[in-house]
Design a protein around this ligand. Structure first.
Ligand code: 3PG
Ligand code: MG
Length: 402
């Protein structure tokens, strides 16, 4: 990566540094459900504090659409940060995000102190960067809180070009990426650009359309591609299989055929499920059975045991694995078997770098208890997908080149 990082910052003692994090964490009744993104942000913040900087943190949370929504306040994030940093992180509840009181607090910060701003999406300008004059103003207001030094560590948001990650860079003289950003790019980037082979990708999840460019891009790179989950049924239908009332994107059938042909042409081993756990209704308690061809009126909800075996064999010996998307409806315990088995097969690979990207596969890996056995669990959902598509991420591009 040819972008400047936190390590390139000089003389930060006494300087106010603005840090964009992705604290868009799942909340339930005000309680944080997953700390991956918070934990991921700590190394950068700690380094800045150790260097004597005065740190101002900002992030979005959820989609409040330009107005204050109390359930989407960043307030719950402050105590989680304080606990991890061992120092009190001040949170300022400010519907304007950069209002008068916030500006005063930022100005009054002392060396080694941290201030967390309110949800940047409380401001309607946040998502309008490059589209409205007002957005330019908000980007300027954010930048004016610091001494011209901006650190972007929000990998999960890097596929967005908003005021708080891209806009501010126009008004700060020094723009670098944080350690989390660097780490994500290193793991996802080296997996895709310079993988130790054999390189296998496992793709799942509901929709082909979400992963269209990922499939095509990965087919240029991988040795093996395994496809399960809801998206597999569009491929199976394209091959002439019966799929009952399984998920299917009719308008992607031609694309599916093209991808099957591309795999053949590239010599990529491309495996689809050869058996399934089908259910009558979309519920955990529904009647279910294992079949090789989906019956009329039934839907495929997990990969079957023969597929698990075939996938396990195909993964054996892999040295790099990228996994995105569950193999079935893992939220329902009766249909979680396939995802669990693939998870355990990936986790057990002796010499592999295993990278898990994407919201659902990350929650699957965590829920099933395999998180600490993977090399890297990405904090990016959409961002990691766009990265795997080979796209340039605006949040990364906006940082200064080395
Ligand atoms: C995410 O969780 O995908 C990121 O934080 C970006 O959020 P968004 O999809 O609401 O833009
Ligand atoms: Mg998202």
């Amino acid at each position: 990566m040819n972008k400047k990082t936190v390590d390139d910052l000089k003389d930060i003692r006494g300087k106010r540094v603005l840090v964009r994090c992705d604290f868009n964490v799942p909340l339930k009744d005000g309680v944080i459900q997953d700390y991956n993104r918070i934990d991921g942000a700590i190394p950068t913040i700690r380094t800045l504090l150790d260097g004597g900087a005065r740190v101002i943190l900002c992030s979005h949370l959820g989609k409040p659409k330009g107005e204050p929504v109390p359930e989407m306040s960043l307030a719950p994030v402050a105590p989680a940060l304080s606990e991890r940093l061992g120092t009190q992180v001040k949170f300022i509840s400010d519907p304007e995000v950069t209002g008068e009181e916030t500006r005063a607090l930022a100005a009054g910060l002392k060396d080694g102190e941290v201030l967390l701003l309110e949800n940047t999406r409380y401001r309607k300008e946040e998502e309008k960067y490059g589209k409205t004059e007002e957005a330019e103003g908000f980007a300027k207001e954010l930048a004016a809180l610091c001494d011209g030094i901006f650190v972007d560590d929000a990998f999960g948001t890097a596929h967005r070009a908003h005021c708080s990650n891209v806009g501010v860079t126009k008004y700060c003289g020094v723009n670098v990426v944080g350690y989390l950003m660097e780490k994500e790019i290193r793991f996802l980037g080296s997996a895709v650009e310079a993988p130790v082979r054999p390189f296998a990708a496992v793709l799942g999840g509901a929709k082909v359309s979400d992963k269209i460019n990922v499939i095509s891009n990965l087919l240029d790179k991988v040795d093996t591609l395994l496809v399960g989950g809801g998206m597999a049924y569009t491929f199976l239908k394209a091959q002439g299989h019966a799929i009952g009332k399984s998920l299917c994107e009719e308008d992607r059938l031609d694309y599916a055929k093209e991808m099957i042909a591309k795999a053949e042409e590239k010599g990529v081993r491309f495996l689809l499920p050869c058996d399934h756990v089908e259910g009558l209704e979309f519920s955990d308690g529904t009647e279910r059975r294992v079949v090789e061809e989906i019956d009329d009126g039934w839907m495929g909800m997990d990969i079957g045991p023969k597929t698990v075996e075939a996938f396990r064999k195909a993964l054996a010996g892999a040295r790099t694995v990228v996994w995105n998307g569950p193999m079935g409806v893992f939220e329902f315990p009766h249909f979680a078997e396939g995802t669990l088995a693939v998870c355990s097969a990936v986790a057990a690979l002796p010499d592999a770098t295993t990278v898990i990207g994407g919201g659902d596969s990350v929650s699957a890996v965590k829920k099933l208890g395999f998180a600490d056995r993977m090399t890297h669990i990405s904090t990016g959902g959409g961002a990691s997908l766009e990265f795997l598509e080979g796209k340039k991420l605006p949040g990364v591009e906006a940082a200064d080149d080395k």
